[in-house]
Design a protein around this ligand. Structure first.
Ligand SMILES: Nc1ncnc2c1ncn2[C@@H]1O[C@H](COP(=O)(O)OP(=O)(O)O)[C@@H](O)[C@H]1O
Ligand SMILES: [Mg+2]
Length: 273
């Protein structure tokens, strides 16, 4: 048990000579470390993204739908917490449901992992592990509920759906005093901060993964992609956004992104009527 965590702490990079059994002499690949910690075999693109998340301060990942964004970022949160004891890992998602789902992924991973013995408390949205705290919050329309927090690692889940004003006024200030890490991950949506970080901000290490990566990894089948091409139209905005992970410029969109952005809100579901 001890070895699983000390490996991560010691190295900074999470390549290591041993995770669970000291008798392993050779360095483990990142994929093996993840397999031993979380019992998941990463696809190549997930491994590349995760490696950069661990070893860089600004990372942006533009991904096709259902390619394991939330899963990968859940692992990053746990590794960051263990690697730097005493730190605060803040995950922000546009809605309460998204924040809750991601936190549940983290809790499930940790429950079945050799690092579970390092957990000292867990609630619905917060875990203390190795003296670090992992918290997941919705930012909603204004970010008012999370204003003033401090983070050593800030993870924006479905970042493209978080408004620029919240990123600028509430989220980025969280890492100002800590020189903290920022990770943005999402399917493309509008030409906002997420697009700018990906496209034009040299401080960010950019990753881009489409349906092709998911098919190569055998995560999607080509039959499924062909079906979606037929249903949505290969050149439709839906297919290009959701599966090709393309940013669609305003002139190709029916409504301008600025208008859509103004209409986004976090509303309670009405339930059965
Ligand atoms: N490397 C992997 N091995 C096995 N299952 C995976 C892998 N990556 C993703 N998945 C599964 O794919 C599904 C979608 O993952 P998720 O993280 O929710 O995707 P996204 O956030 O990109 O929509 C989940 O059921 C997840 O467990
Ligand atoms: Mg997700």
């Amino acid at each position: 048990m001890k070895h699983a965590t000390s490996t991560i702490e010691q190295t900074g990079k999470i390549y290591t000579h041993s995770i669970l059994k000291m008798k392993k002499k050779k360095p483990l690949s990142l994929r093996k470390v993840i397999k031993e910690l979380f019992n998941i075999t990463l696809y190549n693109y997930q491994q590349d993204f995760l490696y950069d998340c661990i070893n860089n301060q600004r990372i942006v990942g533009v991904f096709c739908r259902q390619t394991g964004k939330s899963m990968t970022i859940a692992m990053v949160a746990v590794i960051e917490a263990i690697k730097n004891p005493g730190s605060h890992i803040v995950i922000v998602a546009p809605t309460d449901r998204q924040a809750g789902e991601l936190f549940k992924k983290i809790a499930d991973f940790v429950k079945d992992s050799p690092v579970s013995s390092e957990v000292s408390s867990v609630t619905m949205r917060q875990m203390v592990i190795k003296n670090s705290r992992i918290s997941a919050f919705p930012c909603g329309d204004s970010g008012d509920t999370i204003r003033g927090m401090t983070a050593n690692v800030l993870i924006m889940e479905e970042a493209a759906y978080i408004k620029d004003s919240i990123v600028n006024q509430v989220l980025m200030p969280m890492v100002a005093a800590t020189q903290g890490k920022v990770i943005k991950i999402s399917t493309p949506f509008s030409m906002n901060h997420f697009y700018n970080s990906f496209q034009s901000d040299d401080a960010y290490k950019s990753h881009h993964y489409t349906w092709q990566h998911a098919v190569d990894a055998k995560h999607f089948t080509m039959d499924f992609i062909d079906e979606q091409k037929n249903q949505l139209g290969e050149h439709s905005i839906e297919f290009r956004t959701e599966y090709c992970a393309e940013f669609i410029p305003d002139e190709d969109a029916f409504f301008s992104w600025e208008l859509i952005d103004k209409c986004i809100g976090d509303y309670e579901m009405l339930g059965e009527i």
